[in-house]
Design a protein around this ligand. Structure first.
Ligand SMILES: CCCCCCCCCCCCCCCCCCCC(=O)SCCNC(=O)CCNC(=O)[C@H](O)C(C)(C)COP(=O)(O)OP(=O)(O)OC[C@H]1O[C@@H](n2cnc3c(N)ncnc32)[C@H](O)[C@@H]1OP(=O)(O)O
Ligand SMILES: NC(=O)C1=CN([C@@H]2O[C@H](COP(=O)(O)OP(=O)(O)OC[C@H]3O[C@@H](n4cnc5c(N)ncnc54)[C@H](OP(=O)(O)O)[C@@H]3O)[C@@H](O)[C@H]2O)C=CC1
Length: 515
């Protein structure tokens, strides 16, 4: 029996961000390995047309939770969806629910955050800094609390090259940033944001760094740990390989490349692609929760959940394997044959964006207008180009993260715990993982049936023929226009024609001689 799984038995656990990518996998793992846990409280905001309860119902009835139903048939009774909005100062939680959380919670996993790179600084501060501060205050009023686990990001200090498992101070105190967001209007914030963010690439990474400082400054007597995952990708092994449910990180670009929209991306092929499977992050998170509660380290420990220093992959290898998988398992209804490569600098990137992205989109929109349909490709391509530009910072740099604490924790685990809560990235086979990742995007995100692969391949063949036809027609028209304008081109053309004529005459003469 796993010691860690047994530890969570009977526990009351609070998860923020449980409806998110990582939160869902965390919940699934807890229910599957510790079905005798007492309750999981999740803070859920009402969204669009769904109540928190309806949202939870949909999650529990999704593919991800199929195995949970076998081991924990009463999972619905063990999950308590509490309506909350972390954007509100009091989280908009009812007094009764607050009282229950404060009196019963044993473990807190704080996953909630805004992970968008283009978020307004006010929103990012509210969610990634102020909400963390508020949750820590709540946690300090939980008499049964054994551990508070904060999920940050390995990129919270991406302005440094080498990052240790320590908290680095930010230039401005988080409290001053929080207070200023309360009275500054958006226009002023927009003006000062670049100066505040400084050499961080975006508001997301900056506010995650501020959030870590808040954890350090407001930890009071709490038993806290921080986990810093790098680029979280699809599941490696559990509950099944390739599960993914969002467009963040590599996923959006894999779709864009597989559908033939993305043809070039500015990246350094040898730069480390520090991906980490989401189930690996969750296994480490649960092991950290156990270790923090049981061993009660004297200070807040930071755990890097990264792959680059233990089992490195690079963007060139990842791009190659993604394209190779498209050959075997193409996405349906592609706009063009998948074919993308890395550009080395901004000049070639601008050129490729014009020639390989915008020009085909303009031509296609012209065709849509001719056929009486609404043009949409140019808008989509401009959005994709913008999205890719937000990710380029991470594609053209490499970082070194020390993993002493993570490796120490692995050594503290029994063989059974290392098997059940495996976070040893050295066992990861990148080619297999990336292939399963692309397959998972096709199955779980695009909802494409594998039976449709032959038709998808036929579609790609048709696109290839159209591509050849278009290129041939383009060449002939261009050559014809050139001949009409240039005497040199005409001389070259006549030379080629006379060569061909002489060659054909020779062939005909030699064949007659043989007869
Ligand atoms: C040579 C072969 C190439 C093959 C591909 C190789 C893989 C390259 C991988 C590169 C990945 C590098 C990623 C590193 C970054 C992570 C580092 C930090 C890690 C963290 O700590 S948090 C990480 C999680 N956060 C993110 O990843 C945030 C990034 N995303 C955003 O900030 C926003 O999504 C973004 C990029 C600002 C886009 O915003 P927006 O335009 O508003 O789009 P929405 O997300 O709201 O969706 C609206 C709309 O657009 C479609 N969409 C969104 N993103 C993509 C995309 N990347 N590609 C294609 N389509 C996309 C989405 O479906 C929506 O459609 P609608 O119909 O609903 O409008
Ligand atoms: N994905 C990645 O590559 C990485 C992620 N991380 C960190 O992991 C954590 C989880 O990330 P991930 O799962 O990818 O993010 P998601 O965007 O998938 O999930 C974010 C979660 O936060 C919740 N949330 C956002 N705003 C509010 C709000 N106002 N009130 C209540 N809940 C809210 C969301 O709820 P809702 O469903 O209602 O939107 C969702 O459950 C984050 O802290 C992130 O910084 C770290 C490194 C890499």
């Amino acid at each position: 029996m796993s010691t860690i799984a047994a530890f969570y038995g009977g526990k009351s656990i609070l998860i923020t961000g449980a409806t998110g990518f990582m939160g869902k996998v965390l919940m699934e793992k807890l229910f599957r390995t510790s079905p005798d846990l007492k309750v999981i409280y999740i803070l859920v905001r009402p969204k669009a047309d769904q109540t928190p309860q309806q949202r939870v119902f949909r999650i529990l009835n999704s593919k991800l939770f199929e195995k949970v139903k076998e081991v924990c048939p009463h999972v619905h009774e063990k999950i308590r969806a509490i309506s909350a909005d972390l954007n509100q100062s009091d989280f908009a939680i009812s007094k009764e629910d607050t009282q229950e959380l404060l009196s019963c919670t044993n473990i807190v996993f704080h996953c909630a955050a805004t992970v968008r790179f283009d978020d307004h600084l006010r929103h990012a501060v509210q969610l990634n800094v102020a909400a963390t501060q508020q949750l820590l205050l709540m946690a300090s009023q939980m008499p049964k609390l054994e551990a508070f686990i904060h999920i940050s990001t390995a990129y919270s200090n991406c302005n440094l090259k080498h990052i240790d498992e320590v908290i680095y101070p930010c230039p401005v105190e988080p409290k001053k940033i929080i207070d200023s967001m309360e009275w500054l209007d958006d226009a002023i914030i927009d003006e000062i944001a670049p100066k505040l963010i400084g050499d961080w690439p975006n508001a997301y990474t900056y506010t995650k760094a501020l959030g870590e400082m808040v954890v350090q400054q407001e930890s009071r007597n709490l038993n806290i740990a921080i986990i810093r995952p790098s680029i979280v990708g699809a599941t490696w092994q559990e509950p099944f390989p390739g599960w993914i449910d969002n467009l963040n990180g590599p996923t959006g670009l894999i779709i864009a490349a597989g559908k033939g929209f993305l043809r070039a991306i500015r990246a350094t092929p040898m730069a480390v692609a520090d991906l980490i499977p989401v189930d690996t992050v969750v296994n480490l998170t649960l092991a950290v929760g156990w270790y923090t509660a049981v061993h009660r380290p004297k200070s807040t420990l930071i755990y890097h959940c990264t792959s680059g220093n233990l089992n490195p992959c690079n963007w060139g290898k990842m791009g190659f394997q993604v394209l190779a998988t498209f050959e075997k398992v193409p996405f349906e209804k592609a706009f063009r044959r998948p074919n993308a490569d890395f550009t080395a600098n901004t000049i070639t990137t601008h050129y490729r964006n014009a020639v390989s992205h915008r020009a085909p989109a303009i031509i296609y929109d012209f065709y849509l207008r001719l056929t009486g349909r609404k043009p949409r490709m140019t808008k989509l391509m401009n959005r994709l180009i913008r999205n890719v530009s937000l990710l380029e910072y991470f594609l053209n740099r490499s970082w070194e993260w020390s993993t002493d604490n993570t490796e120490m924790l692995m050594s503290e685990l029994s063989p059974e715990d290392q098997r059940v809560f495996n976070f040893d990235v050295r066992q990861l086979n990148w080619l297999e993982y990336i292939e399963n990742y692309v397959l998972g995007v096709k199955k779980y995100l695009l909802k494409e049936d594998m039976a449709g692969i032959p038709e998808a391949k036929q579609h790609l063949k048709r696109l290839r023929n159209i591509h050849y036809l278009f290129n041939t027609a383009f060449f002939l028209i261009a050559w014809r226009l050139l001949i009409a304008k240039s005497q040199i081109a005409r001389n070259v053309w006549f030379f080629i024609v006379s060569l061909c004529y002489k060659f054909l005459s020779y062939v005909r003469a030699s064949s007659m001689l043989k007869v």
